[in-house]
Design a protein around this ligand. Sequence first.
Ligand SMILES: [Mn+2]
Length: 320
Amino acid sequence: MPTEAEWTAAVDLLNATQDALLIAHINPDADTIGSALALGMVLRRRGVRVAVSFAEPASVPESLAGLDTEGLLVPPSRVSAADLVVALDTSSLDRLGSLAEHMATARATLVIDHHVSNTFFGTHHLVDGSAEATVVLVLDLLDRLGEPVDAAVARCLYAGLVTDTSGFQRATPSTHLRAARLVEAGVDTASLTRSLTGSHSFAWLGMLSSVLGRAVLLPEAAGGRGLVYTVVRNDDVAGIGPDEAESVVDIVRTAREAEVCAVLKELRPGQWAVSLRAVGAVDVREIAVSRGGGGHRLAAGFSVAGTEAEAVAEVLAAIG
Ligand SMILES: [Mn+2]
């Protein structure tokens, strides 16, 4: 949890800035984009020059595009040096991709994050590994800045909250209370949740059919707790966009016979992103960290290189 001195220092930084660059992590999710846009909207209302960006991929995932109601997102090539750089939901410098260079030239850098693996790579930090989402820290920061939360800001914060808690399954009472505040501020929860996680192109159904058809259950794996895994090949997602594969893991993990779930997604030939999920006792963050990745106890990921068979073998070896 941040100390009072860290909160005060962050508030002082934001009160002093005229020029802020807010950076989300590569392959952005709703927590990092929602955090950056919410803080960006509030700073712009104060007259601060604000840009929000992320290094890759080239465009914002369709499910998140609707959060940028004020046009704050800027492509990385159009980002210029800023007085204050804020990194959101980002555990280490490499997760900023090519935008990491702006951390070196800023007068001050503030890291706002909830990953327990955070490497404290800024000049200032608001890091709480027990927070369910980075948006929780941003909301508390807005309160300390004395800024009201309007409907547009609340929408961005709610987006991070509902996704990082898997639809509030993992939310504490205080997080439910924060969510209630956001709903009171005017979030249309049904339409927002549908655009974030509840709607897909028709072609997504075909992709899902192929990918689920090759799912494998290994009841003896993960120390006898069971593993279910599948592979998303490049041609499975042809024409529907790679971020549409993000939801596969949430379906595969519903298999009752397995406490651990893995989905291998082919980013480009020979390069795989592995998403891990767990219920119960298995700490998938430990598994991911052992292979150079990271995440949280019940949701983590890492990368592997090689053919499909090699990638699967490495994942099976990592899980045990
Ligand atoms: Mn997060």
